[in-house]
Write a protein that binds this ligand. Structure first.
Ligand SMILES: *Cc1c(COP(=O)(O)O)cnc(C)c1O
Length: 361
């Protein structure tokens, strides 16, 4: 499908943009343009447009406001050493976007078209891609149900949007996050929407996040819904546990059971950790394994991973069972090594053996 280019006639002035990008934060500033495309059951995808970023107008009876039929993605564009820009594994996001759409009864967007919308926006708004390592342009594709009416049924209309925001380096090398292991709330249950990237999953998680904050913790850790025993994820990120140290260390992540979100960062780290010479394992991992591994000293490092933060070390874990602190509570060396390797690949300073980077220009 052709994307009709109607770029913003009044982009942010160069000097203003440059000063905003000295401390971009996360989600504070948006680029000059966005992409919008419409879908209807009758006509399929049509009217793809790149146009000025700005507010949208919708009838109050639009389906998404009432029944939450919405999905999203998150990926990043990274500056390369020669000044060019690459996307990290955008086809993987496109495939997941299509799977999320299928689960939420929204239309699947062809992966090629999904990637083309992103390349078009990044090329147009190229000056919004930061230059420093760890910084990036965070890209947020999303889709909403736009049929007007209060009947509960799959919408016969949908709108796709693509927006982008410059993102600062998120990682604080000195600090590990503390987590609250929730035994009260669950994120995802078998047969539910846990594998889909939909806003509803996040809406349902916020009360647990609030509870974690009340406990003095930064993030919530989710257990499985059935046995409340198996460790699944942290907030909106996947988890890794490291047993042992040095080159004999084992890098472990909870197995995908249908209730975990299959993270692209998680998937990439499976390969990166193996490339670095570690043993890698996807397995069922319980709260007892966590407690016992900390008590015996076998677990030496824990981290969470996702596109936004890439990697966050986890220090203390609190729960109704007690408090367990990983090592001395600060980020460990293997966590730092994996993070450095991931960022090196993303920024084009370490060989991209797996062909993950997609050059935009
Ligand atoms: C997006 C997301 C992740 C991380 O996925 P990435 O593809 O690595 O960004 C993990 N868990 C949840 C619940 C998510 O929504």
């Amino acid at each position: 499908m052709k994307i009709n280019l109607q770029p913003n006639p009044h982009p942010v002035a160069d000097d203003v943009r440059d000063s905003l990008m000295e401390a971009p934060g996360f989600g504070k500033y948006y680029t000059d343009n966005m992409v919008v495309a419409e879908w209807s059951e009758a006509d399929g995808w049509q009217d793809a447009q790149l146009k000025a970023y700005g507010p949208i107008s919708l009838d109050p009876a639009t389906a998404v406001f009432h029944y939450g039929q919405e999905i999203f993605e998150g990926l990043k564009a990274y500056r390369q050493p020669d000044g060019g820009v690459s996307l990290f594994r955008p086809e993987a996001n496109g495939l997941r976007f299509a799977r999320s759409a299928a689960r939420l009864a929204l239309p699947e967007m062809p992966v090629d078209f999904f990637v083309e919308t992103i390349e078009t926006l990044v090329k147009q708004d190229r000056n919004w891609v930061p230059n420093n390592v760890g910084e990036s342009l965070y890209i947020r594709p999303f889709m909403i149900a736009t049929e007007v009416g209060l009947g509960v049924r799959p919408s016969n209309k949908a709108t796709y949007f693509l927006i982008a925001t410059p993102a600062a380096a998120y990682f604080n090398a000195a600090n590990a996050v503390t987590v609250w292991i929730s035994t009260e709330y669950v994120r995802a249950a078998p047969g539910g929407t846990g594998e889909a990237k939909c806003g509803g999953n996040y809406a349902a998680s916020l009360v647990a996040q609030k509870q974690a904050a009340t406990q003095g913790c930064d993030q919530v850790v989710w257990l499985d819904a059935v046995e409340r025993k198996w460790v699944e994820e942290m907030g909106g990120m996947n988890l890794y546990f490291i047993k042992g140290s040095g080159k004999d260390a084992k890098v472990i992540t909870p197995k995908l059971t249908g209730t975990l979100l299959p993270g692209i960062t998680r998937d990439s780290i499976l390969s990166v950790a193996a490339d670095l010479g570690y043993q890698v394992e996807e397995t069922m991992f319980s709260v007892d394994d966590w407690r016992d591994g900390i008590a015996s000293g076998e677990i030496t490092e824990i981290f969470a991973c996702g596109t936004a933060a890439v990697i966050s070390a986890i220090g203390a874990a609190k729960s109704e069972f007690g408090t367990w602190t990983t090592g001395d509570g600060t980020p460990g060396p293997i966590t730092a090594e994996i993070r450095k390797t991931m960022l090196g690949i993303q920024h084009g300073t370490i060989e991209d053996k797996h062909g993950w980077n997609k050059r935009v220009f």
